[in-house]
Design a protein around this ligand. Sequence first.
Ligand code: NAD
Length: 460
Amino acid sequence: MSYTKMTHPAEMVSDLRNSFSNGVTRPLEFRKKQLENLIRLYEENTPVLLDALRDDLNKSVQESMVSEIDYLKNDARNMLYNLSEWAKPKYAEKGLINILDTVKLLPEPYGVVLVIGAWNYPLQLSLAPLNGAIAAGNCAIVKPSELAPATAKVIAELLPKYLDTRCFKVFLGGPSKTQSLLAERFDYIFYTGSTRVGAIVAQCAAQYLTPTTLELGGKSPCYIDSTVDIEIAAARVLWGKSINAGQTCIAPDYILCSQEIEMKFIEAFKKVQKQQYGDDLKSSPDYCRIINSNHFNRIVGLLKGQEVVHGGSHDASQLFIETTICVNVDPDSALMREEIFGPILPIIRAQSAAEAIHFINSREKPLALYIFSNDKKTVDIFEKETSSGGVCVNDTIMHFACESLPFGGVGSSGMGAYHGKYSFDTFSHQKPILEKSIDKFGEMLQSVRYAPYNEGKIKA
Ligand code: NAD
């Protein structure tokens, strides 16, 4: 893998296309070997990976292991374990007309795929799609985010040591270099990042009608009613909003609740924050930092004019922002228009589930929707009357880690999905195949379709 030796996009793509055309990635044994190598990469380089994540985001060991390194290892292991089964043809149901035929779907690799990652989970978001691309038998270029430079550098240094460099390459660079890459023809593009850039990627893909998965963002609402234990709800919301300092695509973006719940929630939030992070969040080794000063200034800017009832402190020299709750928030303010992507939690009053649903449905479709309620009817109505990439009831983020569920957005929060088997499917074309026998008996049964047409043939 030669991000140093070969950086010209056209040359990289042509090299990969040769390898794909020569069938290098097709055998299952090859794919399995590459997945094993990736697992070895994670195992043998854990300290280096942890250092890079600490450098980029001050990620704690716990967060880095759970949400990046172990996550990737388990994902690759799951693929390794199931690949032979997933890659088999799937036999489809047959109607009378095909009773003597074989009707099946054969997963085939697309070819040369491009994976563009985001900076917030810089390892996971570049390499989890790569797991899927490898399992499905593709060649791939990985473009990690330039905004997490330590992790991007480690990816570029390590992947060539573990993967077959004829088939897998790393490309480093920011927006303009990425656009030069996007000018090339790919067979599939898998993009994770903002909705704005997702539209640019989709436009580039359109020139060659390249299929894409777009894993985008949005404002994920969190409804809380009076039927739940408010302290448990607060602990789970705090966790979802504080991991990676709120820089998580499915962090609960804002709370929807009644005035009565609002007061109880704020008190419970303060209490559980103390339990989880101690009296001084800033000195907690478990709390991340904001990725860079641009994002720091953007997030702090969102607080302008807001009524802060908890937290609010920040320190530019350390890129630290305290978890902060705002109330009486204007739904048209920047805080409620933009995805926050930081540790600020606005509360919007909704006196009933119906009011909350109306609010959610008047906005773009979110990536995740959280409902805290023990009332089955309330949960049901949210599930049926709102649209979002996914839903998690009585918790936050955890649906992401459920490998039997696909993860992805809908509308402006994205298109397509992955994780587990869905990653394999995403990077495979499910080719429908009809196999017929060619013999006199079959021909006699089917000859009704041939001219000359007559009444009897129509009835048959
Ligand atoms: P971003 O869109 O700025 O960047 C993502 C990638 O796109 C980077 O690799 C970057 O180099 C590239 N890029 C940036 N500008 C480009 C341009 N003009 N042309 C071509 N490529 C360009 O996103 P980000 O700031 O890295 O990530 C934050 C956003 O991503 C948030 O909205 C978040 O919700 C979303 N996100 C979504 C998921 C998901 O799985 N759905 C996961 C993480 C982040």
